[in-house]
Design a protein around this ligand. Sequence first.
Ligand code: MSP
Length: 501
Amino acid sequence: MARFYVTTPIYYVNDAPHIGHAYTTVTADALARWHRLLGDDVWFLTGTDEHGLKMQRAAEANGLTPIEQADRYSQRFREAWAQLDITNDDFIRTSEPRHYKAVQALMQAAYDNGWIELGTYEGLYCVHCEAYYAESELVEGNLCPIHRRPVEHMTEENYFFKLSAFGDRLLEWYDSSPTTVIPESKRNEAAGLVKGGLRDISISRTSISWGVPVPWDPRHVFYVWYDALINYATAVGYGEDPERFATWWPSVQHLVGKDILRFHCVYWPALLMAAGIDPPHGVAVHGFLLVGGEKMSKTSLNQIAPADLVETFGVDGFRYHFLRDQPFGPDGDFSFEGMVARYNADLANNLGNLLNRVATVVGKKCGGVGPAPDPDSRLAAVAKEGYDTAAAAWARVAPSEALEATWRLVRETNAALEAAEPWKAEPGPGVDKVLGDALEALRIMAVMATPALPNKCEEIWRRIGLPGVPSEQRLPDAARWGGYPGGLTVLTGPPIFPRIS
Ligand code: MSP
């Protein structure tokens, strides 16, 4: 059985969930659901990133301890994902004991292999920020840009990871398969970073205590990124259950935003190699969701909470929009107007209308009992082509293309109905054929669109009289033309996607 382990980045607990976070998480969820339909053994991980100076500061500003702050915000992410019907199998928090154990084990392995050593970090330090600045970042001579106080020349003992030794192995890894880093533009970007020259990197701090202690020198904690990346290994048993780890690793598909490409495509595979572990099967890197041309951020006050859109578009409407309208890879602009237009066109008019029409006409012309499809229907080829294209697109993490291909079947079915006009015709074999074909197309659609529209597809399934649920069907069989048996009671009901004006 094929295995599919999919991850989202773990989200910082100084920020509330917004549609940028939701974009990655919904994409991972849709992929997980698609692979479950294929019958794969799936493990889907998300979680929260809780250590480091930034989190410590955010907690202080809110009058909380770091763990109180983390508890509160981590819960908000859990709730946001529950509201979007995200089917993660695990939710990891980096403050959990299982994670401390895995970080220490993995880093110890890299240390024992000789890839980590003590060094000194020299730089210009602002004590108030507890951060180093480059000379170019300073203002008015040698002042910290935030506090406008003089920075100090500081020398700190840090552990360094010998990243510079991994350049060739990283380049080999990028080329080892077409899946390592996708899309290709992002793979080239990662290779460019490596070819530009890699420097050893500082991976520990002595100035803060909110982190995972370095096992061989507990005066230090690991720098937050090196603790965070390891979550992907923790969650499948690294350092605790070697058999379980071997089951899932390295068949992992990471999804990340382009802001964290360097960490996932350069630092993480190199660290794994240093610890004697295979690099991931793949990292899929997406662009930003822009609002008014800008990246969402706390400071720009342009963050949109998923709940606000769910209120208008419903959970499935929300999920569909981000999967279909924002191709995976490049940046894309989000607008409310664009979301309304897409919803009305694809969901209310195309899919919703198809269901509505078919159920109404079956009620009028066939006594409410759905006829069977024509095995030689012209739509059989459309369905096959749609499935093949969609399956290939899901496999290369291109949900927008997959859904586009899936919707071709809806459009062709609507066109066939318009050409035949069964609502005007006398009941008989001609009417039965066109309605049977439309019901079959709806059955196939309900399975294929389940990753995007899990709730509405169940409703379509129920209305066309089928037993069970679409998420329990198995692809590719369930997409094969001819599965609708006929003789089932077809129900009418309120529009599943009411138009939004
Ligand atoms: N904690 C780190 C990740 C550690 S993973 C080992 C982090 N967290 S984050 O909360 O700031 O952002 C995580 C991810 O959220 C981004 O990489 C990206 O996937 C997603 N997005 C945040 N803002 C986004 C947009 N405006 N648009 C699309 N995705 C964005 O970085």
